[in-house]
Design a protein around this ligand. Sequence first.
Ligand code: UN1
Length: 519
Amino acid sequence: MRTEPAKRSKYGNTFSGGHLIGGEEVFAGPEFTSRNPSDLEDVVGVFPEADKATVRQAALAAREAFEAWSRTPAPVRGAVLANLARILEREKETLARLMTREVGKSLKEARGDVQEAIDTAIFFASEGRRLYGQTVPSEMRNKELYTFRRPLGVVGMITAGNFPIAVPSWKLIPAVLTGNTVVWKPSEDAPVLSYVFAKLFEEAGLPPGVINVVFGFGKDSAGQYLVELMDEGLLNKFAFTGSTAVGRWIGEVAGRNLIRATLELGGKNPLVVMRDADLDNAVEGAFFSAFATGGQRCTSAGNIIVDAPIYEEFKRRFLERVEATVVGNPVLYEDVHYGPFFNERFLNRWLEHYDWAAKDGATLLVGQRRITSDNPYPHFRGDPDAGWFGWPTVWEARPGMRQTQEEIFGPTVNLIRVDGIDEAIQVANDHPYGLSSAIYTNNRMWAYRFKTEIKAGMTNINNTTVGAEAHMPFGGVRASGNGGRESGVWVIEEYTYWQAVNDEFSGKLQLAQMDTEYT
Ligand code: UN1
């Protein structure tokens, strides 16, 4: 990677690098820039956009590397991840600070993002010694049955920029531990972090070609070409984190090629506050669930569903909390709750919701669209005109309104009044998604009913919708995904197939279902 002083040198250097293919750096393609979303004059990185031939070259490099890597003993593959964990520990602060600059996360959350990758590396380093199969009793004498996990081959990956280290780590680490090789198209919002992360795998001892990285920007680009490689028979697996619309398309291409895709898609995560809840805890939890990362998590709370007897009191306290939110440039100010939108598309899509939400008849309780010097927000740190900042926004909405159904992906949340647990659960399920969910209550029966009746992959009791631990199964149902799970032991299913082995010692023909002693 080359560096030169950035225009706004208070932020550091501008990085440039190429695609990483088979251990070589390839500079093919026109350039795109990665800008600091808090200060758009600060160019963080300059990277090339891969064309179809370059993406294909990366897949061929991955195929070549697969031969040796898949035969490397799993404990040896795990040892590379143990090295990676140590290197990530060493680089944690540098990566976190780079993350505040490149994608605009608060420093505290950026540190958490890197920590999630460290936890994942530690978990899977030992999993290399635990990649268990099973022994299974045979119907016949002198015969043994057992199973092995085998790698799938070359994995195509596309990741989002909101968790630029953690989410790729959920995919890259288990994929390589189980013996696969990878072509990764990272988010165009985070090429520098992605490049540095891939290089750390190399430093940890991962052989060239096991992880290949191709950069690109926009739809008709590296990401699309990578998906289309499934039609050329060059990929054996696909893993994607991003929007439901793109996920459906990837799922279709994967489906017609009989390739299993792991799809982590959008969310409209409900957080229920019942009449008996500890209100201080519920307000803090709701605030963090809705506004952490400026609402740009797939697990962010979209609908806060509040039981009628405490509705007004909750609303008063919640709005007080929201109105104290500190927004701003996280590179220069460590105390911001959230920073900018990660990119202009997210800002524009978020701004649009102001128009249609108002038309639907929702009541705006807090929020004034984009923060600028002409539209100043009282708790702003930095120069609002330099980046893409959104005002913390709360609507009072009714079930069924469009804004209660669609993921908005920004600092916006709805308050919805309900009466009792039946209506709370019904409204909590009244949207197409099914990723995360939460209920605040001390009533054990209500908590029990919520966790059994909610349609979501993840459920929290007296806990936020966000902040899943790195070793629990992560993923959704309905429009949030196709049932696959990332993290913990569960993700191993996504990157391996089961090989069933029949080992016959008798030296003669014995036939299942026919030569058994019970027939
Ligand atoms: C995402 O937004 O894509 O549970 C992932 C959480 C984080 C991961 C979010 N651990 O909020």
